[in-house]
Design a protein around this ligand. Structure first.
Ligand SMILES: [Zn+2]
Length: 251
């Protein structure tokens, strides 16, 4: 059912691009409708039009109307959380942008996504408020949780080829295009070598609340293996990944 009546939703701004001469298209993630693209009229002509609140990672209350096709119209926004610490800290800001991009890449359009919305809401709050900017373990746990909530639970416990427990024999490899880990003996393509400790730590992170991981250390091993599952799933590179990788080369 399509209704033109305005709806008010709580949303996180996950991306934006220029549109026409003075407009912007904002991408919003909300619990009720998943990923939404909405035209913000005159947002480029005047920052005051939306109170300067259209920055990635911001939590907003938005009044929206359905337009033609998949494009909505953004009528009004109220800023609920502007992630103020992150705006003056490059590590936090880059991680926040990456979290928005990675979670949004897995969210469906016009489909309720309460778990992905809740995950990004918690991640944004922690990235902004943790005593030190969260590192690679936090990011990998976020990726693993996002994949799980999108129905793409990464294979970290059972071999994605033979389905036997990985614990039953090493060495082990990881194949992002197939979404998880394999016994070396089951891997005919030659995935990246990983250790049992890497597997255990990432699986532990997937099951641990993010708030307990803001200062956690990442295991040695492929840092972007889970990001590569997201990229393989969407067929698109995560654009903010290289910026984040250059800030934290040892992550
Ligand atoms: Zn196997």
């Amino acid at each position: 059912m399509t209704s033109k009546a305005p709806v008010e939703v709580e949303a996180i701004l996950v991306g934006q691009s220029d549109y026409r001469e003075s407009d912007r298209i904002v991408k919003l993630l909300c619990a009720e409708h998943g990923l939404i693209s909405a035209v913000a009229r005159s947002a480029r002509a005047s920052r005051r039009r939306f109170g300067g609140s259209l920055d990635p990672g911001n939590r907003l209350s938005a009044i929206l109307k359905r337009g033609r096709g998949e494009l909505w119209h953004l009528d009004e926004v109220t800023l609920l959380d502007g992630r103020t610490h992150s705006r003056s800290d490059l590590d936090r800001l880059t991680l926040l942008a990456y979290a928005c991009e990675a979670v949004a890449a897995l969210a469906r359009t016009d489909f309720a996504e309460p778990q992905l919305f809740g995950l990004l809401q918690v991640a944004g709050l922690l990235i902004d408020s943790a005593p030190t900017p969260p590192g690679a373990m936090f990011r990998m746990a976020l990726e693993a949780k996002a994949l799980t909530f999108a129905g793409l639970t990464p294979g970290l416990v059972r071999c994605i080829e033979c389905t036997a427990p990985l614990r039953s024999g090493g060495p082990w490899t990881f194949d992002p295009t197939r979404g998880g880990a394999l016994h070396g003996r089951c891997d005919r393509i030659g995935g990246r070598p990983i250790s049992l400790r890497w597997l255990d730590t990432i699986e532990g992170g997937r099951r641990t609340p993010l708030k307990e991981l803001t200062a956690a250390r990442a295991p040695s091993g492929p840092s972007w293996a889970l990001a590569e599952i997201i990229e393989a799933h969407t067929g698109q590179p995560l654009r903010s990944r290289s910026v984040l990788a250059s800030l934290n080369p040892y992550g």
